[in-house]
Design a protein around this ligand. Structure first.
Ligand SMILES: [Zn+2]
Length: 166
């Protein structure tokens, strides 16, 4: 019996975390969110964008964000991560796939994402070349437990699906 080779839908997962620090803007999903703390990192430390970038590269099976944008490269210092995400989307498209849909869970005690969610979805949708209805962003607390509970940082988990175009 002949088995069909290569499913038409591919799934990828991405994870990212960053430590809170004073004196940097808090940028999540390409949107600056009013906060006493920003996130430490070599780039702009946008954990949502980093997790999504890894999810779509993983779904395509073409590496990860660290390979594509090494932190040893000075060009990546404070780099705008929406730009990195757009470059990853282009690479995915070159590999014969298209981003279909993205779902993100953001785990942090603060700030609350609710008031900024529509803007974040819109910004991500534009970068991904899909409609904002196909981008989901959910905020969760960690119920006061562990490093997230102590407000030391933020974690993001993203799942993306891709459709083969060729
Ligand atoms: Zn990151």
């Amino acid at each position: 019996m002949q088995r069909e080779t290569g499913a038409s839908i591919r799934v990828g997962v991405g994870y990212d975390s960053h430590r809170f620090v004073a004196g940097r803007p808090l940028k999540l999903g390409g949107v600056v969110i009013p906060s006493d703390f920003g996130l430490a990192g070599h780039s702009d430390a946008d954990a949502i964008c980093h997790a999504i970038t890894d999810a779509i590269l993983g779904a395509a099976g073409i590496g990860d964000i660290g390979e594509m944008f090494p932190d040893t490269d000075e060009a990546n210092r404070n780099r705008d991560t929406i730009e990195m995400l757009t470059a990853a989307v282009q690479r995915v498209e070159k590999a014969g796939m298209k981003v279909n849909q993205v779902d993100v869970a953001v785990v942090a005690e603060s700030p609350r994402l609710g008031p900024h969610r529509a803007k974040i979805r819109e910004r991500l949708a534009t970068a991904l070349g899909i409609e904002s209805a196909s981008v989901s962003v959910k905020g969760k607390s960690n119920e006061g437990m562990g490093w997230i509970g102590r407000k030391e940082g933020i974690a993001c988990i993203a799942v993306a699906t891709l459709t083969k175009t060729s």
